[in-house]
Design a protein around this ligand. Structure first.
Ligand code: NAD
Length: 486
């Protein structure tokens, strides 16, 4: 089993796996608290070396026909399928989430590779003939050059796969800076890309933390940066990347409401709500972290959520039947605890209290349910990123929408109802970019954009879908006429 292995984490530069300079950060198994690897904390020089190799690989890769680039993606897809269980178990090991969630994230990542296999169609330009007598106008798509991605800990396989297949199949060369807390899945993806036949230098990994990020933002040889992570860092990346003339997409934090109307089908809605709030220990940017109960839905739903939440099986992600898995680090558990303290001191009722660790080893917490939360409380507005669900009670759907729109974030929102008119009112008025109707985690498929708005996203073109292709390419628009007559 993966757990018995310790891992050596290396950078991948120009097709070679190279060790760091001795500065490292421990990687923990969140289920046991044991150190399983060490992430090299790379420097500006490592970024410069990766850019040099990626730059050297660019002309050859960009000139490789799109059909051949797509074939590398077909081989990569097959290798991901063959190694599916290993990748799933690596995610569980380094992130802590359960096997079902880990398998779900690998599957979602593979779907982006499948999307990128269609790159010959996705990269098509447009044309209009005869815009004037004998004059045609066409556009062609080109890759940008060297691009970089910076990814978070909570989806160590899926988030890198949001951009690797699209950027690379478009003809760019690519540098990945994975989360220093979860570097193992990225390393395996690098090995599989090599096996799929990707030429050396097209895909590179530079491990590390802030110094690597800032070096990426400052390096003049990098054309575009895709970032996924917390709001303050997303804003930092967007501002500094743009100031240095780069194209930037920065996907940020979230505070997602789940609005429950009195006519909701409760026996279906509640398991969705539980899974959205407590699945992956609440460490999802699409986690429903605020339950907005409308009218008489309140008492019934809080009672049922409490009953099901207190019966969640707390345990390691690798163990069959575990429903509430550990958070990523002990410091993060402390932060989540301090949010629960603040909710309590601001007047919320602690219906379920997960602050006491249910077991000694690892970074586990119990489920927390806070009732009577109001819009002024920190727990209603800030991203907690832990297994904590706050309940806000309102009288009408209009108030539920107003409460939700009071958030600075706009990632996702779900509504639970059978009433189509209510859904329409909500869709037209809600300020969120990913909407779920009787779906607790409103994750778009790979061919749509991952569509946060407000402070959940900085930039113009989102990750995945056609937005992703546009982000990683630029157009040449050509107008043509010939003087010879036939
Ligand atoms: P994080 O912001 O701490 O880290 C993300 C990346 O930024 C990492 O690679 C990290 O090394 C780097 N980084 C961290 N601090 C930095 C700093 N001060 N300067 C420069 N770089 C820095 O995020 P995380 O804790 O790894 O991930 C969780 C966050 O990501 C949550 O806020 C979650 O909502 C968000 N997220 C958003 C989406 C989305 O699609 N909107 C998806 C997944 C996660």
């Amino acid at each position: 089993m993966q757990r018995e292995r310790t891992f050596s984490v290396k950078n991948l530069i120009g097709g070679e796996w190279v060790g760091g300079n001795g500065r490292e950060e421990p990687v923990y198994d969140p289920a046991t608290g044991e150190v399983i690897a060490k992430t090299p904390l790379s420097t500006k020089n490592d970024v410069a070396a990766a850019v040099e190799r990626a730059k050297a690989a660019f002309p050859g890769w960009a000139a490789t026909p799109v059909t051949e680039r797509a074939r590398v993606m077909f081989r990569f897809k097959n290798l991901l399928e063959e190694n599916f269980e290993e990748l799933r178990d690596l995610v569980t090991l380094e992130n802590g989430k359960d096997k079902k969630d880990a398998g779900g994230e690998v599957r979602r990542g593979i779907e982006v590779v499948e999307f990128a296999c269609g790159m010959p169609t996705l990269m098509m330009g447009e044309s209009v003939r005869d815009v004037a007598r004998g004059v045609d106008n066409v556009s062609h798509r080109y890759p940008l050059g060297v691009v970089a991605a910076i990814t978070p800990f909570n989806f160590p396989c899926m988030v890198p796969l949001w951009t690797i297949p699209v950027a690379v199949a478009c003809g760019n060369t690519y540098i990945l800076k994975p989360s220093e807390r979860t570097p193992l899945s990225s390393q395996r993806l690098g090995e599989l890309l090599g096996e799929a036949g990707l030429p050396d230098g097209v895909f590179n990994i530079v491990n590390g933390g802030r110094e690597v990020v800032d070096s990426i933002l400052e390096h003049p040889g990098i054309e575009a940066v895709s970032f996924v992570g917390s709001q303050p860092v997303a804003e930092h990346v967007y501002r500094n990347g743009a100031a240095n003339g780069k194209r930037v997409q920065a996907l940020a934090g979230a505070k997602n409401s789940m609005i429950v109307l009195p006519d909701a089908v409760l026996d279906q809605a509640v398991p969705n709500i539980i899974s959205s709030a407590y699945g992956n220990a609440g460490e999802r940017c699409l986690a429903g972290s605020v339950l907005v109960a409308v009218g008489e839905a309140g008492d019934k739903i809080v009672a049922e959520v409490k009953r099901q939440a207190e019966n969640l099986k707390v345990g390691p992600g690798g163990e069959e039947g575990s429903e509430l898995t550990p958070v990523i680090r002990d410091e993060h558990r402390e932060k989540v605890r301090s949010y629960i303290d603040s909710g309590e001191s601001e007047g919320a009722e602690v219906v379920l209290d997960g602050r006491t660790p249910p077991m000694d080893a690892g970074f586990f917490m119990g489920p927390t349910l806070l009732d009577g939360v109001t819009g002024e409380m920190k727990v209603a507005r800030e991203e907690i990123f832990g297994p904590v669900l706050s309940v806000v009670r309102v009288d009408t759907l209009k108030e539920a929408v107003e409460f939700t729109n009071g958030s600075s974030f706009g990632n996702a929102c779900s509504i639970f109802t059978e009433n189509g008119a209510a859904v329409r009112y909500w869709r037209e008025n809600i300020e969120a970019g990913m909407l779920g109707v009787n779906v607790g985690v409103a994750a778009p498929m790979a061919f749509f954009p991952f569509n946060g708005v407000k402070n959940s996203f900085y930039g113009d073109l989102h990750a995945t879908g056609k937005d992703g292709v546009r982000f990683f390419t630029e157009n040449k628009v050509e107008i043509t006429r010939y003087f010879s007559k036939f």
